[in-house]
Design a protein around this ligand. Sequence first.
Ligand SMILES: [Zn+2]
Length: 812
Amino acid sequence: MSIDIDVKQATKTIVLNAADLAFKHVSLKGVAKAPVVIFDTQQETATLTFASPVSAGKHVLSIDYTGKINQHAAGLFALDYDTAAGSKRALFTQFENSDARRFVPSWDQPDPKATFSLTATVPADLMPLSNMPIAKTVKLSKGMQRVSFAETPKMSSYLLFFGLGDFERITNEVNGVEVGVVVKRGDTDKAKYALDAASHILPFYEDYFGVKYPLPKLDLIAGPGQSQFFGAMENWGAIFYFERDLLIDPRISTQDDQRQVYEVIAHEMAHQWFGDLVTMDWWDGIWLNEGFASWMEVKATDHFHPEWKVWLEALNSKEAAMRVDARAGTHPIITPIRDVLQADQAFDTITYEKGESVIRMLEVYVGADAFRDGVRTYIKAHTYGNTVTDDLWRELDKTAPMPVTQVAHEFTLQAGIPLIRVGATATGIHLTQDRFAVDDSAKAGGTWHVPVTVSSVGGTVLWQGLVSADKPADVAVSAGTVAVINAGQAGYFRTLYDAASLAKVAGNFQVLQPADQIGILNDSRALGYAGYEPLSDFLALTKRVTPDMPPHVIEDVTGRLDQLNFLYEGLPGQAAFQAYARSVLDPVLAKLGWEAVPGEDQNSAVLRTTVILVLGNLNDPAVIAEARKRFATYVKDPTSLTPDLRRDVLRIVAEYADAATWDQIHTLAKDAKSNLEKRELYVLLGTTLDKDLAAKALDLSLTDEMPVTSRPGMPSAVSAHHTDMAVDFVAAHADFFDSLLEPDNRAGYLPRIASQSRDLGTLQKIDDYAAKRIPEDARGVVVRAESTIRENAGVRSARLPDVDAWLAAQPH
Ligand SMILES: [Zn+2]
């Protein structure tokens, strides 16, 4: 490789990034003597020291080097897969955040942008891919060819891509751009859904961002494998996806899979502008990339599929963010990042889901048109450049009808969740601001200017404004009107009603807007876990749920009941809880039925799969028996189940499997032809309630029988019911699992598995492991896992007794 460099000031040393590379020859054009090269494996740098100073001005630095092909998705890596003609290998690259240095010596950080010209010598019968189209091909002897890709636009090193394999590609011409989906040979029928989605989304983004997609082609590339860490990567013009996130297999993909795939496509394509064309200066700005793309994926999906009501689904993302943000170990959205290890940790729930939620809140606060106009001027002003977050706020301040920066700073530069307390007054309600947390992190306090919307139950806006600790608000509410706080639920905060106000809202639960029904359920659940109000208040709300409520609301309740069941596992009160939860969900299943009803909306279809699965978790005898019956038929005739039911039936049967059934699923996994299916079936083996079978499943992950990239998924699957067993297993085979994981993912792997625990005894195991194997700079993940376990254990000991008492008091 050679790099055009511009030396600003005469120097004897040049330092660049390189990791796992061996340099054979280094030269600077016009300098006779080769420099001395010293590698720093910690810093992942190579220092070139020249005998005499290199003069200021333009130079060409050339390095002849070799590198490695990894088995995990970092740098250049291989994915092996089975075909009728035997095992095949495909190559891909994965560089974000800092692994381009494993492929090419470079200044491997976001801000020094460069153009890249890639040439590869490859077997002529394979398809090479990069960010740009092939500009030139030269036939060589022995079935080889040399391909040169067109020069890329100016971009960051982490966006460079190379892929090679026995691929097929289907394409569409969209606004002068060739949109392609690339799959391994034989899979083009699974690619059509993605090609269609991408072809719609491209012009939508060109309009929203106000800038044409700048490359001549855009490929969406499917890799046969998986990572514990990511599903897709937005390489400019050559987006990489693991198959599960791109392909729709009509035999096994569910209707929910279609939505997930649509959203991931929309997410990565949003990055083509937000991230690729305009890039953060440094990794502390990664939230702007990820929060923005996560928000935009919902916006684009909602545009093309309004019937899915994905904004209601997005309330789940906010809930996920708030769970992390309410505990020790949370951090501000924008947090200082010293080095690569810390950057690895920044790809978390706060960055993605809180980022998404805060952007949603700001969009609603300033208005969708003003927000879009600000984004357009921001993109135009920084095309091919690097930015800091304040560059966006500055543009929004110009286009929005009110100042944005202060509110934006308070939600991005400080951690935590505002709590809006609602008190009844003689003339209406009084709103004050506090901080919500499940532990001592609440004591840190915090002031936010919180955008609050108050509506009537019918949806009429009564008041909008900012509420802060130093500026509470009084809202006039006429007698007979019930005030709903955070109406529409775009606000990133929790609402704590006083008992009288809550009773009024709960009394009108059935007639609230669906978003507010979900919001009140979620707040009530969270306030109950944290002890702000009795957890039984949440249970009382679930009693008001009826089968004819909107599917997303029932979906939300179903998820929360499932979560409580998880916390109840092994406690004496679990059976009574399960009986109650079944009494809420059985009528829903009775209404939906097991079979799809012709013409039903897709939300009901997705809800059916959730309700059946959760009833399975709740030990519903009828559901388990039905699943077993259908499984027996399925084994003889795989076409007997729709993909939606197939997924549920397999999961329920696997969870309650005896040894013979487990062996049956094992055989299905061994015989599975498609990589997607194989991966799914193996992981199911780990979800069993049976301890001995779970141990057998763990042992499988050490064998060559499982696809390499699926093996780390097994302890994760086992951890749901046997957390300590999974933790002990990973600790005992730590070197083995590390060898399968991307370096970025090693520190977080065991803590994430351990965070399923509901037992304080697991804390010591994490500490022991961390002391031996997790570098100091990467221990944020340990703090977060431990605060999750403390919350789980705390709810079990301090809150569930209140639920037990409430259940006992219910009429039978
Ligand atoms: Zn992303």
